[in-house]
Design a protein around this ligand. Structure first.
Ligand code: FAD
Length: 405
C-alpha cells in the first residue's frame, strides 16, 4: 500500500475545467475520458481510491448473458453488450485506456442449474449459444468444481471475464489525467459550492475552483446533491446487499447458479486468494439481496442452505463464513427497479452520474463527456500534477475486522 497524495496548501487553490468527485470506477473512468477530450480535471475522493462499491464488486464484466435469461431485462443486456468491446480493447491494450495491468481472474464464468432444471433452460441456452457467448459443457469438459455433480446438473461456460477490482482501480489511477486528491482521514467530507461561473470544492484545507463538477461519488452523491439543494430522493435510489465470504473452500469457482427465467441468480460466486494464501469465495446473487431482510445468523444459515442445495456434491461442513452489508447506489428508476443502464442527471454546471454496474462505467463516462461538452469547452490549463502515489482501498477478503463463523 502506498501513501496518500499530499494536499496542496490553501494558498495553492487549484483551477480546472471539471472537478470529478468520487474515486470509484465512475469517477476514474470519467476522469480519463474527460482529460482525453482536452478538459483539465482534478479528481477528489474522501477515501482511498475504489473504496465503497468498486472494490466490493465481484468484478464481473457482465455481457448480458445472465440478463438474456429474463425478457424483462433485455435493455440491460443491450447496454452491457455495447460496453463489451470497450473493455475487450482496453484489457488488450488497444483501447482508449491501457488496462493491460488489470488482473483478469477468469475469462469465463460458469452458469449451472440445480439438478432437474435442465429442460426448462434448453431453449434459452440454445438461443444464447447462437451468439457464441454460451457453450453447454459435456461431462468430459466439466471443470474440477463440477466433477462430483450429477448428470442432471446442466453446466454452461459463458464468455464473461471477471477482473480484480483492486488492480482495475490501480490501473485507472495510473492514467495521466490530472491530480488526484484524497481528503485526510477523519476530516470533513469534500463539500461542493456553486459559484458564479462554476463551483468550488473544499478538500481538507485545499480549495478547487472548477468550471463544472461531475458528482461520481456513489452513495456520497446524496450529500453532494444536498450541497446543491437538490433533493437526493428525486435523483437516486439505494439497493442494499449483504455479501458473504467463504473460507476453507476446496477450489476457485466463478459462476452463477441460475433460476429459471430470472435475471437474479440464486448465488453468484467469484474467488480470490487472501493474504494467507487461502482461496476465498465471494458470494452475491439473490441470497445477498434477501440477506438484508434477515438477521445475521439467519442470513449465514441461508447461505449455507443455498450452498448445500446449489452445490450438493461439495462438503461445506468446515467452511467458515463472514458477511458485511453494502449499499448499491443507483440513479433513480421508475418503481425503484434496477436502471437499464448508467444514469446521469444534470443541474447546470454540475451533473451526477451512477454507472449502475462496473461493466457500464465506459458508457457512464461517455454520458459525462457528452454532458460536459454541452456545458463548457475545454479551457483552463492543466493543473500541476501531484506526483505522490495514491492509496487503493483493499478488497473485502483483505479486511481484518470481519467476524468468521
Ligand atoms: C457487492 C457488490 C457487487 C457488485 N458486483 C458487480 C459486478 O460483478 N459487476 C458489475 O458490473 N457491477 C457490480 N457491482 C456494481 C458496481 O460495483 C457499481 O455500479 C460501481 O462500482 C459504482 O461505482 P461508483 O464509482 O459510482 O461508486 P463507488 O465505487 O461507490 O465510488 C464512489 C466513491 O466516492 C467516494 N465519495 C463519497 N462521497 C464523497 C465526497 N463527498 N467527496 C469525495 N469522494 C466521495 C467514496 O469514497 C467512493 O470511493 C457490484 C456492486 C456491489 C455493491
Amino acid at each position: 500500500m502506498t501513501s496518500i497524495a499530499e494536499l496542496p496548501t490553501p494558498s495553492s487553490a487549484i483551477a480546472c475545467d471539471c472537478v470529478v468527485i468520487g474515486g470509484g470506477i465512475a469517477g476514474l473512468w470519467a476522469r480519463a475520458s474527460l482529460a482525453r477530450a482536452g478538459y483539465s480535471c482534478v479528481l477528489v475522493s474522501d477515501a482511498p481510491l475504489g473504496a465503497a462499491q468498486t472494490v466490493c464488486s465481484q468484478g464481473i464484466l457482465h455481457r448480458g448473458v445472465k440478463y438474456a435469461l429474463s425478457p424483462a431485462a433485455a435493455e440491460v443486456s443491450r447496454a452491457l453488450v455495447a460496453a463489451q468491446t470497450v473493455w475487450d480493447d482496453c484489457l488488450a491494450g488497444r483501447g482508449t485506456i491501457d488496462l493491460r495491468s488489470v488482473h483478469v481472474l477468469t475469462r469465463q464464468m460458469y452458469m449451472w442449474t440445480k439438478p432437474g432444471l435442465l429442460s426448462g433452460l434448453t431453449g434459452v441456452a440454445a438461443s444464447l449459444a447462437m451468439r457464441s457467448e454460451v457453450t453447454r459443457l459435456a461431462k468430459a469438459d466439466l471443470p474440477g468444481a463440477f466433477a462430483g455433480a450429477s448428470d442432471r446438473v446442466g453446466v454452461w461456460s459463458v464468455k464473461e471475464p471477471c477482473v480484480s477490482a483492486e488492480s482495475l482501480v490501480a490501473a485507472m489511477a495510473a492514467v495521466p489525467a490530472g491530480p488526484v486528491l484524497i481528503a485526510p482521514p477523519g476530516g470533513p467530507r469534500p463539500r461542493l459550492r456553486q459559484e458564479s461561473g462554476g463551483v468550488s470544492v473544499m478538500v481538507g484545507d485545499a480549495s478547487i475552483r472548477a468550471r463544472a463538477a461531475l458528482l461520481a461519488a456513489g452513495l456520497g452523491n446524496e450529500a453532494l446533491l444536498g450541497d446543491l439543494n437538490v433533493q437526493a430522493s428525486q435523483a437516486c435510489q439505494r439497493r442494499p446487499l449483504r455479501m458473504t465470504l467463504a473460507k476453507g473452500v476446496p477450489f476457485e469457482l466463478f459462476g452463477h447458479c441460475i433460476k429459471e427465467l430470472s435475471d437474479k441468480p440464486r448465488l453468484t460466486i467469484t474467488s480470490s486468494v487472501d493474504q494467507d494464501g487461502q482461496v476465498v469465495w465471494y458470494i452475491g446473487g439473490d441470497v445477498a439481496e434477501l440477506g438484508v431482510t434477515r438477521r445475521r445468523d439467519e442470513h449465514l444459515a441461508a447461505v449455507r442452505r443455498e450452498l448445500g442445495e446449489c452445490l450438493p456434491w461439495i462438503d461445506f461442513a468446515r467452511v467458515r463464513l463472514a458477511d458485511f452489508e453494502i449499499v448499491r447506489a443507483e440513479g433513480r428508476a421508475d418503481g425503484g427497479k434496477r436502471p437499464d443502464g448508467p444514469v446521469l442527471r444534470s443541474f447546470g454546471r454540475a451533473a451526477a452520474v451512477w454507472p449502475t454496474k462496473l461493466a457500464l462505467a465506459p458508457l457512464a463516462a461517455d454520458m459525462a463527456l457528452e454532458w460536459l461538452r454541452g456545458v463548457i469547452e475545454p479551457g483552463a490549463g492543466a493543473p500541476a500534477s501531484i506526483s505522490a502515489p495514491v492509496q487503493i482501498a483493499p478488497a473485502p477478503w483483505r479486511w481484518r475486522d470481519l467476524e468468521w463463523n
